[in-house]
Design a protein around this ligand. Structure first.
Ligand SMILES: [Zn+2]
Length: 368
């Protein structure tokens, strides 16, 4: 927190949003860039100059729309809320998990390490208020990524972990003790029944990862699909690092084919609804339109003339120009609609440009 230098800075940061407790989580995401311990600062200052909050070279970005922010966190740094009946969600403003209280115990959906010990605190809070069991008996994994599962081991060995078969394969390869292997796996569909509640798990093809599943709560009007649409926000850098770009572009329609009102996206501080999914889908479609226009419009000649035999310099600058061209109208359209449109749209344009070129074959020029 020493990135906030003066009491005034600190106060204005605290009042500006509910995300303050997520700063440690964000610094973890940033690979320690925000690490603020004296030892770390001393170590980095000898190598490169580190940024300060008042550094004039740090760019300014458009304000985050109020509609993108979620509820305020409590003193322990989490928020827990009811979605419908006995289905709840927990957030630290950066990550999200969900849980279902049943007469036979609690089913937890994902265990992000940034929420960590607050998962059980949130469950305890709800269980004691409602006089039901706080014992987690099942954990469902959305996909194998550590940023969504790294607190799984906190729940010990006497929990049934359920995931897609490919999640098991990926976790076996990763060999990370914080993410115990699932005890039960499925290939296509699995109906999970616990304490009289029903949860439908489905694998509908690769998207963000080869194992990312749709978690449908038919009796709670809710769908959980992680790392596709982050309600209120554009995706994380480079189109959420989605491994299957075309599969990820197809995911919103598969999500919308289910009946639901409430959406758990796994990230940032609020839930979504069907309108959020439609806005997200249009945002991606608009970038793809921009990329196709850039392929047809930007003349590569000046880049190759300038850089001569340095092919990569020419390609880099030509594609950067294409991404700027594709992103500019999209940033304009979505600023104030989706948070961070000006931060990451160009990075998404690059990934979508490559998908349009390499997977769809658009813009390929055949030598005469
Ligand atoms: Zn992921």
């Amino acid at each position: 927190m020493s990135l906030l230098n003066t009491p005034g800075d600190r106060r204005s940061f605290l009042t500006r949003s509910a995300t303050v407790a997520a700063v440690p989580a964000l610094s973890a995401v940033a690979g320690g860039v925000l690490t603020a311990t004296p030892a770390a600062a001393a170590a980095t200052s000898t190598a490169t100059k580190t940024a300060t909050a008042d550094d004039p070279t740090l760019p300014d970005y458009a304000p985050v729309p109020q509609s993108a922010l979620g509820p305020a966190l409590n003193a322990q740094g989490y928020y827990v809320g009811r979605i419908q009946r006995n289905l709840y969600w927990v957030t630290d403003s950066t990550y999200q998990a969900a849980f279902l209280t049943t007469k036979d115990g609690v089913v937890l959906f994902d265990a992000p390490p940034t929420i960590g010990g607050n998962l059980q605190r949130a469950i305890d809070e709800i269980a004691s208020a409602n006089g039901v069991s706080n014992k987690v008996t099942h954990i469902v994994y959305s996909h194998h990524h550590a940023d969504h599962l790294g607190a799984s081991s906190l729940f010990g060995k006497n929990v049934t972990r359920i995931a897609h078969a490919e999640t098991r394969a990926q976790l076996k390869r990763d060999n990370d003790p914080t993410r115990p292997l699932p005890d039960e796996t499925f290939e296509h569909h699995r109906t999970l029944r616990v304490g009289g509640e029903r949860i439908e798990l489905a694998f509908l093809g690769t998207n963000h990862t080869p194992d990312n599943i749709y978690i449908h709560f038919p009796d709670h009007d809710t769908l959980m699909l992680v790392d596709i649409n982050l309600p209120g926000w554009v995706p994380f850098q480079n189109f959420n690092l989605n491994e299957d770009v075309l599969g990820s572009i197809a995911a919103p329609d598969k999500a919308l084919a289910y009946p639901w009102k409430h959406f758990i996206g796994g990230h940032i501080g609020r839930l979504g609804d069907r309108q959020d999914m439609l806005v997200y889908k249009q945002y991606i479609a608009d970038i793809i339109d921009g990329v196709k226009a850039a392929l047809a419009t930007i003349d590569p000649t000046p880049f190759f003339v300038k850089y001569g035999d340095n092919a990569w310099a020419a390609v880099k600058e030509y594609q950067a120009a294409q991404c700027r061209y594709a992103a500019a109208p999209v940033v304009k359209k979505y600023t104030g609609v989706l948070a961070a449109a000006d931060v990451y749209t160009e990075s998404h344009a690059f990934v979508l440009l490559e998908a349009v070129r390499l997977s769809l074959g658009i813009g390929s020029q055949v030598h005469p």
